[in-house]
Unconditional design. Structure first.
Length: 94
């Protein structure tokens, strides 16, 4: 029988200090959601337990509405609104 056990972890972004991130995540990680939790931008991801020690670099970039899009081939992950929608960030990954 195939082992389908997974774990869920979270990563907190410090969007006030930078917009570009390289994060080591387990291979075969799946981004579940990105939200603001207690004032911090947090990403939850799941991965197969057997992949926990097989890490790969993943690149993420936050773009503000109205600014140029990312130069990498990117996939949109989430849109986050702050200050009642007056400030909006979009998260992309390769």
């Amino acid at each position: 029988m195939e082992n389908n056990r997974k774990k869920v972890h979270k990563y907190s972004f410090d969007v006030e200090s930078k917009t570009d991130y390289e994060i080591l995540l387990p291979r075969k990680s799946q981004i579940l959601d990105v939200q603001v939790q207690q004032g911090k931008v947090v990403m939850w991801y799941s991965f197969p337990i057997e992949e926990e020690t097989t890490l790969i670099n993943r690149r993420f970039k936050f773009i503000t509405t109205g600014f140029e899009t990312v130069s990498i081939v990117a996939v949109h992950i989430a849109t986050l609104q702050f200050d009642k929608g007056d400030f909006v960030l979009h998260l992309f990954t390769e």
